[in-house]
Design a protein around this ligand. Structure first.
Ligand code: GMT
Length: 394
């Protein structure tokens, strides 16, 4: 019987997918008996209620006037050291390489011991966008090479990382996951008629409205769909492209058919309301939002890029189309909206795929077993440390 581990989760606390995955993973591990310590600048938004075995440690950053850029990375590293000493951490799990994996590496060096293992999970733009910028490239490459274990949320992201950063080491693919009990598509708390009072079709999109999401394309798709059938678009989230979307909706004369809900914490209460979920991104390493929609029986119209083909089975639970081809995306949407049977079948297929391939009880054990693999790797570990690890395992 394996013993419980002391694990630190380093993540962004905001509404991005990497923070969501880190939080849901931490909660799932805590339920399985591990002690999980979240370390971030504020409490992750999906840590909603008290959970036993879950702790939160806030990173304070000094605003000393000399600092033009307050050094969060250093404060984070110092906090990891403190938490590690007090709680005998076994694993520091850094979600999103920048700066979390680098701070974790620094913390380990500061502790001058090898017992603590660093696992880094690559999520997406830390590799495909931000990580490639010259100002970050070498640091990201170094953090991948120096972590004790590295995972990527899709096969696509694993292969991209190896290629773009010339990485020879093994990177474990562990897909993102969903709790199908919670994301069940039951429309108890959301009344569709709040958003579509005349019985219009309801389209939905949720993201951080950054340019990679191509938010304006959701407006273009809505405008095309509305030439044939009445429809509303529910936009959940916020971010830099909101104004561009608002302006475009006015230009295309659909401004009265777009509903902006802002950022929402309980997305599972909304997804089941929608007839279709739109994800017209130009880059998506996995597409957690799409998986959550599928789990709620909402078919997804998305782009054939990145890790999305690993999540969406085009023609079975959604459609994958070329980036920017809003005409094809609108046609695919109309094909489903015009055929109730097909729409229902696609919804059921998506939910089944979520349960069969991406349910948390299938994926979280993959992380657990990866942690044990890493803890049993004898890289420079002293015999005493190895004996302690073997004792824990048995
Ligand atoms: O990269 C982002 O846009 C944000 C990032 C995050 O940290 O929230 O999202 C990425 O990670 C998610 C969780 O693993 C994935 O589901 C998203 O596909 C991925 N986003 C992109 O690749 C654009």
């Amino acid at each position: 019987m394996e013993e419980s581990l002391n694990i630190a989760m380093i993540c962004y606390p905001t509404h991005g997918g990497s923070g969501v995955v880190a939080t849901e993973l931490g909660i799932g591990l805590a339920r399985r008996g591990h002690k999980v310590h979240f370390i971030s600048y504020s409490s992750p938004f999906r840590l909603r209620a008290f959970q036993s075995n879950v702790y939160f440690h806030e990173v304070d950053v000094s605003a000393y006037p000399l600092f033009k850029y307050p050094p969060y990375d250093l404060s984070l590293a110092a906090k990891i050291v403190q938490v590690a000493h007090l709680n005998h951490l076994d694993i520091v799990h850094a979600h999103y390489a920048i700066p979390h994996a680098i701070s974790a590496y620094l913390a380990k060096q500061m502790m001058r011991q090898n017992r603590l293992k660093i696992v880094t999970t690559l999520h997406g733009t830390d590799i495909t966008l931000v990580g490639k910028e010259p100002s970050f490239y070498e640091a990201v490459k170094f953090s991948i090479e120096e972590s004790d274990g590295v995972t990527a949320v899709s096969g696509y992201l694993r292969d991209e990382t190896k290629k773009e950063f010339s990485i020879a080491r093994d990177i474990r693919k562990i897909h993102n996951f969903v709790d199908p009990e919670r994301f069940n598509g039951k429309v108890t708390l959301c009344a569709k008629k709040n958003f579509a009072p005349e019985g219009e079709f309801l389209l939905m999109h949720t993201s951080n409205f950054r340019s990679v999401k191509r938010l304006p394309d959701t407006i273009r798709i809505l405008a095309r769909i509305r030439r044939k059938v009445p429809a509303k678009l529910l936009l959940v989230g916020d971010g830099p492209d909101r104004q561009a979307a608002t302006d475009l909706a006015r230009d295309l004369d659909v401004q009265n058919h777009v509903i902006y809900l802002g950022t929402q914490d309980y997305i599972e209460n909304l997804l089941g309301c929608a007839d279709l979920f739109l994800l017209p991104s130009e880059e998506e390493s996995f597409g957690l939002a799409a998986l959550e929609a599928l789990s709620c029986k909402t078919p997804v119209i998305a782009t054939r890029i990145g890790g999305l083909p690993e999540v969406i089975d085009s023609g079975v639970d959604g459609y994958l189309l070329p980036v920017g081809d809003v005409e094809a995306m609108a046609d695919a949407a109309l094909d489903l909206l015009g055929n109730k049977e097909k729409l229902r079948a696609f919804g059921n297929n998506g939910r089944q795929a979520a349960i069969d391939r991406f349910a948390e009880d299938k994926i979280i054990p993959q992380y657990e077993s990866y942690y044990w693999d890493i803890l049993h790797t004898r890289t420079n570990r002293s015999n005493g440390e190895q004996a302690e690890m073997d004792r824990k395992k048995n």
